[in-house]
Every structure is written in C-alpha cells, then in structure tokens.
Design a protein around this ligand. Structure first.
Ligand SMILES: NC(=O)c1ccc[n+]([C@@H]2O[C@H](COP(=O)([O-])OP(=O)(O)OC[C@H]3O[C@@H](n4cnc5c(N)ncnc54)[C@H](O)[C@@H]3O)[C@@H](O)[C@H]2O)c1
Length: 312
C-alpha cells in the first residue's frame, strides 16, 4: 500500500482527541474511514463535520468482539487508539482499565488477524515509569508506575505475540504528551482555568514535573508514515520531540501567548496525582532514522495554533 486513496481503514477511538484528528487527515487523503468508538471519553462534536464528509461512525465497544469483527471485515489498516487514558482512573479502577486496555486490545488483534489488517497500536511513554536515562530510548527497561502504563505494556506484549505467532504486521508507538485542537491534559486544563479566571492559575503538584509535548499534526504524521512503511512492522517507536518543558514553564508560556498580565500562579505541591511521572523526554532517533519522521511544530508554535483554533 503506497497511499490511502480508496483504502479501507478503521480507527478505534476515532471520536477521541488523536483519533478524530487522524480521521480528518485520512479522509483528506481519500481513505474510506470507519471511526469505531463507544463515546466513553470521545465526543460526537469532534467528528460531526467528518460524518458529513463521508466518515462511517460505528458506536460500539472494543470489548465486543462480534461488533469489532463486523466493523473491520474489509479493512487493510486498523489504528488502535481506543483506550481508557486516565492514570488516576486506572489506579482507582484497575479491573475496568484492564478490560478496556488489555481485553479490548486482544479483541482488536483477533479482528485484525481475521481481516489480515496491519495494526498501529497506541502505547504510551508510561511504560517506562520514572526512567533514570533521559532522553529515554526504546531499549530502556520498562517499569510502569501506574496501572495505565502496565495495561499499555501488556497491550504491547500481546501485539508482539500476535506478530510472532500469526505474522500480523503490527507497529507500536510509545506516545509522549500530545496536544492540539480538542486535546485533554495539562494544556487543556490551563487554558480552561485561565478562560474562567484570567487572573490566577493553580498548577497541580510542584510544577517541576516536566513533559515532552508533541503537536497533533506530528502525531498524525508518524501514524500515517508507519501505516505504509515496509520498515515499520514489528517495531516500537517513541513519539516525542526530544525536548522537555516543566508544567510551571508551560503555564508561563500559555499566559504570555494569551497576553495576560499579573496572573497569580500557585502550586498544590507534592505529586499531582498517584502514578504521575516526574520527567518525560523521548529519544526519538529510531523514528527519525527508520521512518524519516521529524517533529515539525515547536511547543510555542503549537500552543499558538491550538489557541487560534479555539478548540479547547
Ligand atoms: N494524548 C496523549 O498525550 C497520549 C499519550 C500517550 C498515549 N496515548 C494513547 O493514544 C490513544 C488516543 O489517546 P487520546 O488522547 O486521543 O485519548 P481520548 O480519550 O481522547 O481517546 C480515546 C478514545 O477511545 C474511546 N474509547 C474508550 N474506551 C472505549 C471502548 N471500550 N470501546 C470503544 N471506544 C473506546 C473513547 O471514547 C475516546 O474517543 C490512547 O490509546 C492513549 O492511551 C495518548
């Protein structure tokens, strides 16, 4: 497969942040796209305009293997993005986190096996826990510190098993912090707090926790490259920029871009939440060298794009 024109693809989690942005680009490239999502955290308004442009929306659960098999029957590629994505929720609800992120992933792999489809699996940098080596390469030992990271690591291992035993073409991504239109997480949180109260910003934790922030167009780009690259199957790629920014610095950057003055920044102190990572910083050389992928959008530029989109 060289392009997406007329190709049938399924995006699980297609009504979520990354999924809806991916569906938009796939449709622009002429693919026949199905978004498979039970709207657990995804939103209809993220994809409403895409349905008018030909997106096939299937409101089903990845824990339902029959519905999954039906939706993926003729597809060539499955982007498996559907997941329970909250670290705090995973700590409070390990069974539900496991059912969605592990059993759901096994169902996707079974469906892919029947369809003969390539799978692109959204794992997370959370599989590393708190690594001592930074930037962290893919070869660094995995040691998650939250159930969410654990279920992503189990998902990766199921992917490897399906690849080795059934010859499925599977590519895995250890995604760092993605942001952009319709995102969630710290950037969304800060923008919304500042919209409500432009004179103060409360930051969870010490503010020293630091993240490798990736803009959504760079995220979508690596998924598309890996979906057609002959070198990608069987590989795991970090998706990060190789730079890290503390959330305190992030808060200041957002305030500056919004043009706000005299904003009182406060910190709740301690850990932002149980299972939160200290510093994330990707060694992205493998993706750069294997996929000829390079992040194009700096944090400042990306924040400006997000703010001007108004989608937060
Ligand atoms: N956004 C990030 O920074 C980031 C970082 C690391 C990994 N990831 C991974 O990337 C993927 C996409 O993340 P996102 O930020 O778009 O999250 P999101 O929460 O916006 O999207 C996840 C989507 O999955 C859907 N979903 C959840 N449970 C489902 C189920 N049982 N059946 C069908 N659909 C279900 C949700 O409704 C939602 O639309 C996830 O797998 C996430 O773990 C994201």
């Amino acid at each position: 497969m060289k392009t997406f024109n007329d190709k049938e693809v399924v995006v699980t989690g297609g009504a979520g942040f990354i999924g809806s942005n991916l569906c938009r680009t796939l449709l622009e490239q002429g693919a026949k796209v199905t978004a498979y999502d039970n709207l657990y955290s995804g939103k209809m308004h993220f994809i409403k305009d895409l349905i008018d442009k030909g997106l096939n929306f299937v409101q089903e659960d990845i824990r339902d293997p029959v519905a999954l098999e039906k939706a993926t029957k003729n597809c060539e590629v499955i982007f498996h993005l559907a997941a329970q994505t909250s670290v705090p929720f995973s700590m409070e609800n390990p069974q539900e986190d496991c059912e969605i992120n592990v059993v759901g992933t096994v169902n996707v792999l079974e469906a892919a096996k029947k369809a003969g489809a390539r799978v692109l699996f959204a794992s997370s940098c959370a599989v590393y826990g708190n690594p001592e080596q930074r930037p962290t390469p893919e070869t660094y030992p995995t040691k998650p510190i939250a159930f969410y990271g654990l279920t992503k690591l189990l998902g990766e291992n199921y992917c490897r098993f399906y690849q080795e035993h059934y010859g499925l073409e599977i590519v895995m991504f250890r995604i760092f912090n993605v942001y952009g239109p319709d995102c969630h997480g710290a950037i969304y949180d800060f923008l919304n707090k500042l919209r409500k109260t432009p004179d103060k910003l409360e930051i969870l934790g010490t503010g020293k926790q630091s993240r490798d922030f990736v803009y959504i167009s760079d995220m979508v780009n690596i998924l598309l490259k890996a979906a057609i690259s002959p070198a990608a199957p069987g590989q795991v790629f970090n998706v990060g920029t190789g730079t890290t920014t503390s959330v305190a610095e992030l808060g200041k950057m957002i305030i500056e871009i919004l043009g706000l003055e005299n904003v009182k920044i406060s910190f709740t102190g301690g850990q932002a939440w149980e299972g939160d990572m200290d510093i994330t910083l990707a060694d992205n050389r493998k993706a750069v060298n294997t996929l000829q992928w390079k992040p194009q959008v700096s944090l400042k530029e990306g924040l400006k794009k997000l703010i001007s989109s108004g989608k937060y």
